[in-house]
Design a protein. Sequence first.
Length: 366
Amino acid sequence: MEMKDVIREKRRAMGFTQEQMADYLGVSAPAVNKWESGTTCPDLAMLPALARLLGTDPNTLLCFHENLSKEEIAAYGNEVAETARQGDIEKTMELVKKRIKEYPRCGALLYQMATLLRGIRILFSFPEEKVEEVQALAVSLLERAMECEDKNAADLSRYALAAMYIQEEAYEKAEELIERLPEYQSIDKRQLQISMYMKEGKNQEAAELLERKLNGLIQEVFLMLDQLATASVREGENKRAWELAEYSQKVMEIFKWSYSGLTAALDVALEERDGKRCAEILEEMLKALENPWTMKDSILFAHQKTKNVEADGSDTGKQMIKVLLASIEKEERCDFLRNTEEYRKLREKYSSVIGSSDPQGTEKGE
């Protein structure tokens, strides 16, 4: 919240009109109006009297606090995401820089803004030089966040950077960051909270926490099965790899959404360089992305307060289709797949979604 908003809200809460407040402070009504519109700010010498009149303190008027709440960070994140959705990447980066300038030591904000930028880079189409600029800004924010006093934000930032370095095959940098991460913690305070809620009869709160914990565990099992399947096919154990991919699909059936369960199968087919099978699996994944989904579709997550994607599910699905096909276009391991007739037909089928039928991903008319 900005100073203008604080002044307006506090004045209304006290029941003052702009004219009354101006009279009490010995200023003009237009001056108060300018404060509340953000055109000008009160003089510093005026702040103590203004704060006393409004029943607050100068720090509140100046909107000064060292860190942000989770709700404030989420609100800033929504603001940035909406700006990016409108297609103005310059304005998006300026907004991120503005928020970071206001709270340069808030590790949670640094991490959140970096994560948003990385997502924006993948989900939205921008010129290549802007993509690199967004990536560079995200990396710089993560580097700052991992040195902040907020241990959780620092660890999350090291994790994100290490994952990025692994993707870029910068293994020494990744190893250095991994060594700085904490070992796996066997103590989980959520289980104590769940037990306490159950004892207190707060069944809904317990169920919500149980579902969140279960979701994390399922995702972890799914990821391990996916990686085990990939490792198996690289060891020449193809039969075992496909069995593991099938287990992965069964695990993800819990979510009532087939997309995630197919990723292990696609990885195995790619490792085998089976173009026909890759195209078949890819087609199933693309079909799954066409359908809106929420966690509440599964009986295991009935208590989760998730945003219903039906309102914007179509756009979300289209963006995910773009991301999936863009990864096929860029990844070296998919070279053989791009040359198959099955893939070319599939890409042509979704050309209206991705904006081009050109196999290299260039826009029509270029």
